[in-house]
Design a protein around this ligand. Structure first.
Ligand SMILES: [Zn+2]
Length: 414
């Protein structure tokens, strides 16, 4: 395992990814060398609550130009409300007049306003990333996030992976040390530098001796994940009402990541988790009950199709919108873990019933959702055949195979 150099490589790519934002623009916006010293450049990031007016005042810019710039961009992007954290760049000419104004609307495009003979002209410029196929493999030590390389992009990749298998694997309780994963993912590059991950094309997760595979495939204009036989990975119930994504949001490596414990002392499952841990609806349904009920404390009951009901007990808090009769979608946060009712410590009591008969959600066989249509099946088989050989070449120890992948051509799947 060449862990240390990889980490350094990632840090460097992250740095250039950040710098990349501007290097691209300077290339096209650069003034001729003679005038260059006379041009002035202002760059920054929008602060919380900051308006364009505030920025103009701060740099003593001509307010009458602000109105012209706002007007020029009105049909493309309204500059009345700026998004905190977004970057901007203003170039002033030798008369301190605005020559150009650039505002990043999101990671993938920016608003480009230039002064012309006819006044300001605005355009939306999309970034065209170069795509490379990356291979990432790893072995679980402690938990999924700790097993990934450092960096926000890798955290997002871990969450994307947990979402794909959310119907089969409970990433908070099911993982075992030495479980392993392989990911074939698009890497998005700008000027040859890694910027972020795109879609996961396929992945494999070996959990406690069972192997799960997921293949991304576009059908009816929508990308979804399928198993090897072409069945959607979606099921009517999530493996766990405690979503790994919800629990992990805001997690950073420096902080303790909760590893949950699960008990089955009675008819239902008890998840020991910190007070305030978000609880998600395991499946689509209608709220049948939301309120206080005896030993359950704060309880939510959801009625699903085919006679299924799920119970969520001891909640510290029930989400505001969750009332009798309200429809809830799978994965929606409905309440928060607590110790109300008869509970010695904070935990979620989770129960599933079919026609009022308690069942064990862990051993319940839930059928998968839609399958790939007959007409698309040939294309799907071609895709899985090709991607299987990619998956086979991923080593569980090569955390990020950037060097290897850099020689590969970028390609589109779908
Ligand atoms: Zn219980």
């Amino acid at each position: 395992m060449k862990k240390a150099p990889m980490k350094a490589a990632l840090l460097i790519t992250a740095f250039f990814a950040f710098m990349g934002n501007f290097s691209l623009i300077t290339k096209t916006e650069e003034a001729p060398p003679v005038q260059k010293q006379e041009f002035r450049e202002i760059t920054g990031k929008i602060k919380k609550g900051e308006t364009l007016f505030d920025i103009f005042k701060k740099y003593k810019l001509d307010i009458s130009e602000l109105y012209k710039i706002r007007e020029a961009s009105a049909n493309i992007h309204r500059l009345r409300e700026l998004h905190p954290g977004r970057s901007y760049k203003i170039i002033l000419d030798k008369n301190a007049q605005i020559d150009s104004f650039i505002y990043w609307m999101d990671d993938d495009c920016f608003l480009n306003i230039n002064r012309t003979d006819k006044g300001y002209c605005a355009e939306k410029v999309s970034i065209h990333y170069e795509k490379k196929i990356l291979h990432i493999g790893g072995t679980i030590q402690d938990n999924l996030i700790a097993s990934m390389e450092e960096g926000n992009e890798n955290l997002l990749l871990a969450l994307q992976l947990s979402d794909m298998f959310a119907w089969d694997i409970d990433f908070t309780t099911d993982l075992r040390n030495n479980d392993s994963f392989k990911i074939v993912v698009e890497g998005l590059y700008l000027d040859g530098r890694f910027k972020k991950y795109g879609d996961i094309l396929a992945s494999e997760f070996s959990n406690n001796g069972d192997v799960y595979r997921a293949y991304a495939f576009r059908q009816n204009g929508k990308i979804d994940y399928y198993d090897e036989t072409g069945k959607s990975l979606r099921k009517s119930f999530l493996k766990s009402p405690l979503s790994f994504r919800r629990i992990s949001s805001g997690f950073s490596r420096g902080r303790y990541h909760p590893i949950l414990k699960i008990y089955r002392p009675h008819q239902g499952l008890d998840y020991a988790a910190a007070t305030g841990t978000p609880v998600s609806a395991a499946g689509d349904g209608a709220v049948l009950f939301a309120g206080r009920r005896g030993q359950y404390g704060n309880l939510i009951i959801i009625r699903h199709r085919n006679g299924y009901k799920t119970y969520y007990g001891h909640l510290s808090k029930i989400d505001k919108g969750v009332r009798n009769g309200v429809q809830v979608d799978q994965g929606r946060v409905i309440g928060y873990v607590g110790a109300t009712g008869l509970a010695t410590g904070p935990h979620l009591h989770y129960e599933m019933r079919i026609d009022n008969r308690p069942v064990n959600p862990m051993s319940l066989k839930i059928p998968r959702g839609a399958t790939i249509s007959e007409t698309m099946l040939v294309a799907f088989r071609q895709f899985t055949d090709r991607i299987n050989s990619e998956l086979a070449s991923v080593k569980p120890s090569n955390h990020i195979a950037v060097g290897n992948a850099a020689t590969r051509e970028s390609r589109k799947e779908g």
